[in-house]
Ligand binder design. Structure first.
Ligand code: UD1
Length: 419
């Protein structure tokens, strides 16, 4: 069942605990392959992408046990180095299992990954990095076969600070002899979290969070118990939901220091924010202020993963707004669906800009989630719209948001599945 009807129930007055970070959990689950022993991860969100990562671990020979947000992985025996096609096609971050497999098994085989279609999403930086480390990489039709007789640490300069390539190359480089330096590395919090995880496991990674990451390979690993941070994108999504529906929202488990750019945009829009450690209270303004010009950018810039969710909120702003997407070549797929709900947004494909007309109240409609974050934008739109909204292809949203129907209800909305 993948059609959900949402009815907005007015201004929020709610408290919510933010789920653990999806984008940190996935590379850490892949990293568990590096250790021929037991790894315990706490605070992992129970979402579709995590379920896919668990299936990959099992297909490779690891034992995996789940108990709510706790996942225990026993990777003593890795018996397979081919990542099954169905999982590679389901989510893009399955590619990070390749780096971990190369470090542990010297072999990895996979097809090109699927996941959200946000324009052209090659993995050439990943594969070129593997080659620099001393792997042979052959591509036969859609199948990538990477193998090595032994990797050697080296310098790798990324053409763009790709999050996935940085993580994949960190994972591969821990299996190389000597030191690897990744330059122009992604500085995203998820890269910092992966480095923390690897260091706790006994590996040596320094510089994560800066553009130069240094990995000293060939170290021994040991059992660990690691707790994931809160999800900065899920937190931002629910804050924007509050801005759209009005009222107040208390969030717990918020990685506040990793959300500066999002919080600053919310304040520019008129939100009143009160922060107390990892707790954050947001009160929506009576009138939302437009965002004259905002560009998405790699961290610490405004996250591309928050861009879609901002659009429905800007529809009700006092003036027109303009958003420029600079990370992905085609990420305004929420627009077509929001227009069905009454939004007046125009996209300049060439310049990768969206112009959002302010002063527009959205109404319920039949829409379809084109991808994960565009789907989240439709949930936000539905929670502030007049009338019912039916969102088809809801499974896209479940890939990234834990128990989302419960969350909608906690926020005061009505949610019911439709056959
Ligand atoms: C990760 C996040 C995703 C987020 C994105 C940017 C996960 C699971 N996903 O995706 O939610 O939107 O970071 O913050 O963590 N590129 C290449 N060649 C490559 C790799 C990337 O050209 O080999 C380009 C991409 O097409 C894109 C840009 O680099 O234009 C950024 O992509 P990247 O940072 O790699 O995103 P992901 O790791 O896929």
């Amino acid at each position: 069942m993948s059609r959900l009807r949402i009815r907005n129930c007015g201004p929020l007055q709610a408290e919510l605990r933010v789920q653990g970070s999806k984008n940190s959990s996935l590379p850490c689950l892949a990293a568990a392959l590096l250790h021929p022993g037991t790894t315990v991860l706490e605070g992992v969100p129970m979402i579709e992408d995590v379920a896919t990562a668990i299936e990959i671990l099992r297909a490779l020979g690891a034992g995996v046990w789940t108990d709510e947000g706790r996942i225990t992985i026993c990777a003593n025996d890795i018996t397979n180095t081919r990542i099954p096609v169905q999982y590679m096609k389901k989510m893009r971050s399955s590619a990070v299992f390749m780096g971990a497999l190369l470090a542990r098994m010297k072999n990895a085989e996979a097809v090109y990954p699927g996941g959200c279609v946000l324009g052209n999403r090659p993995i050439n930086f990943h594969l070129e990095g593997f080659q620099r480390l001393g792997c042979d990489v052959a591509v036969q039709e859609d199948v990538i076969i990477a193998k090595t007789s032994g990797m050697t640490g080296t310098g790798i300069k990324l053409p763009f600070p790709s999050v996935g390539a940085t993580e994949n190359l960190m994972l591969a480089a821990v299996g190389a002899e000597g030191t690897t330096m990744i330059e122009n590395a992604a500085k995203e919090p998820e890269v910092i979290e992966l480095a923390r995880f690897l260091n706790r496991m006994g590996l040596e990674v320094s510089g994560a969070g800066t553009s130069k990451i240094c990995i000293r390979g060939g170290q021994k690993t040991h059992d660990i118990h690691f707790c994931m941070s809160g999800d900065r994108i899920a937190a931002g999504t629910w804050l924007l939901c509050c801005m759209n529906a009005g009222g107040s929202l208390w969030l717990d488990n918020v990685p506040v220091s990793w959300m500066r750019s999002t919080l600053s945009v919310l304040e520019q829009m008129g939100a009143s924010l009160r922060i107390d450690g990892t707790r954050l209270e947001c009160t929506a303004p009576q009138k939302i202020r437009a965002v004259k010009h905002l560009k998405t950018a790699p961290y610490p810039g405004f996250p591309t993963d928050m861009q879609s969710q901002l659009l429905p909120v800007l529809c009700r702003a006092d003036e027109d707004s303009c958003i420029c997407e600079t990370v992905f070549s085609s990420r305004f797929c929420a627009v077509r669906e929001l227009v069905r709900m009454g939004a007046r947004i125009t996209v300049d494909q060439e310049k990768n800009l969206a112009w959002v007309q302010g002063g527009v109240r959205l109404h319920g409609a039949d829409v379809s989630a084109p991808d994960l974050r565009a789907g989240a934008a439709l949930v936000i739109a539905a929670m502030g719209a007049g009338g019912d909204t039916i969102i088809d292809n809801f499974y896209h949203i479940e890939r990234g948001y834990e128990r989302i129907t419960d969350t909608i209800r906690i926020l005061g909305g009505e949610a019911c599945w439709i056959c």
